[in-house]
Write a protein that binds this ligand. Structure first.
Ligand code: HEC
Length: 190
């Protein structure tokens, strides 16, 4: 008897939580404005889930051997696709990226917290509800490993070294468009 009322009590509580949640959703009760910060509890839950999801998914991925050539190859990709949101070394993110929630972390500092495999997984799959895009459909694994190699090198790079890396995109080189640019040839050119 006691057992039955205990179960009934739990079921009623769950029903109330579901109904309240439904009302909140239908009424647009959770403010989605990026100018409205998450409460500390929600921020903690989202960020902890983000970190642990990346770490568990990346756990089985075996990274390749890294080389200086991979860092060189990752540089133009990073400068073209990541720097506007994440900044570089001595280069801040765009003004509009300041208005994002969550704000894209400065990878020149944050990259130390992640392994090559974790960066690879995150760049390949992106992160839903954060605006961190998935690059896996548009970029092959080799290119994504090059980007990961460049990201991992950021924390030890000076602003001058960062600036010296080529912005000349691999595809542009392949299409022969690179020569249309008035810039000096990059040191990485074949
Ligand atoms: C449109 C903006 C945007 C672009 C472009 C973008 N990212 Fe992100 N990225 C984000 C946001 C926002 C987060 C934070 C997600 C969070 O903390 O929940 C993030 C998180 C990350 C993280 C984890 C950082 C940390 O410490 O939490 C890495 C690593 C990363 N991005 C790498 C990249 C790379 C490499 C590229 C380019 C191939 C890239 N991102 C392009 C927005 C972007």
């Amino acid at each position: 008897m006691r057992w039955a009322s205990f179960v009934a009590g739990i079921a009623a509580t769950i029903a109330v939580i579901l109904i309240v949640s439904l009302v909140v959703v239908l009424a647009g009760g959770y403010n989605i404005a990026a100018t409205d910060r998450h409460s500390p509890l929600v921020a903690w839950a989202l960020h902890t889930n983000f970190e642990n999801s990346v770490k568990s998914h990346a756990g089985d991925i075996a990274p390749p051997q890294f080389s200086a050539a991979m860092i060189d190859a990752g540089a133009p990709e990073y400068k073209a696709m990541c720097a506007r949101c994440h900044g570089g070394v001595g280069e801040s993110r765009e003004d509009w990226a300041e208005g994002m929630l969550p704000k894209p972390p400065a990878l020149a500092r944050a990259a130390d917290e992640w392994s090559h495999a974790e960066i690879f997984w995150l760049v390949k799959h992106g992160a839903k509800m954060t605006a961190m895009p998935a690059f896996g459909d548009s970029h092959d694994d080799q290119t994504i490993w090059n980007i990961a190699a460049f990201v991992k090198a950021l924390p030890t790079m000076s602003a001058a070294q960062y600036a010296a890396y080529s912005t000349e995109h691999g595809e542009e080189k392949e299409r022969g468009e690179a020569h249309a640019h008035a810039e000096a040839p990059s040191p990485q050119a074949d």
